[in-house]
Design a binder for this molecule. Structure first.
Ligand code: UDP
Ligand code: MG
Length: 193
């Protein structure tokens, strides 16, 4: 796969990973890949063997096995002529991380991990607003599913974030600000690369 590099972007549900990734992608010329979006698309593919599993994971706020997610990520990167990617919303737990190392880790360099931090109460509010907004709502932006996603984030994703902090790969920004203010902080990080 040549010399491909990625930045993983993590943060609680609703923190604004997708919004900020779109800004970073256009400003710095990265390709934005949302793992959640790839999975939502895959569940719509007719006769997809993984459709039902993906569906039940998303509805339950659970994490889809790495075997499935990594295959989708790898396919997307291989098909692209570009060499710098933002992977939004992955890896979410130890199993995801190990799956990545096993399948893609030797071929693609992880530049760093961007963590957008924010109190979960604020994130829940944002998800609910998004869920209520006509047209832009996601089927998993209901209070029941949001609470499960937050619980999964705290229990499984937070330890993964801590793991990258120990490796000195973590870069943290405060997501509890306006979209533009958060992006200004993100620029300070990306300008170094
Ligand atoms: N998801 C997953 N693995 C991933 C990314 C997403 O299992 O690598 C599932 C998970 O069920 C999650 C849902 O997709 O709750 C939505 O993820 P997304 O990142 O789009 O939403 P966010 O957590 O940012 O609100
Ligand atoms: Mg997202």
């Amino acid at each position: 796969m040549g010399h491909k590099k990625v930045v993983f972007v993590l943060g609680p549900p609703g923190v604004g990973k997708g919004t900020q990734c779109r800004k970073i992608a256009s400003y710095y010329g990265f390709v934005h890949i949302s793992a959640g979006e790839l999975l939502r698309r895959e569940r719509q593919v007719r006769n997809s063997v993984h459709g039902e599993l993906i569906d039940s994971c998303i509805k339950d706020g659970k994490i889809v096995p790495a075997e499935i997610t990594c295959k989708l990520l790898e396919r997307h990167m291989e098909e692209s002529q570009q060499d710098r990617f933002l992977i939004d919303g992955f890896p979410r737990n130890l199993e995801n991380r190990e799956g990545w190392s096993r399948t893609i880790g030797d071929k693609v360099e992880v530049m760093f991990v961007l963590f957008i931090d924010c109190p979960v109460e604020v994130c829940i509010e944002r998800c609910l607003n998004r869920g209520a907004a006509a047209g832009s709502g996601r089927f998993d932006d209901t209070i029941e599913v949001i609470e499960k996603r937050v619980a999964t984030h705290l229990k499984e994703t937070q330890p993964t974030v801590d793991y990258y902090r120990e490796l000195n790969l973590l870069r943290v920004v405060d997501g509890n600000k306006s979209e533009d203010a958060v992006f200004e902080d993100i620029k300070l990080i990306f300008n170094d690369y």
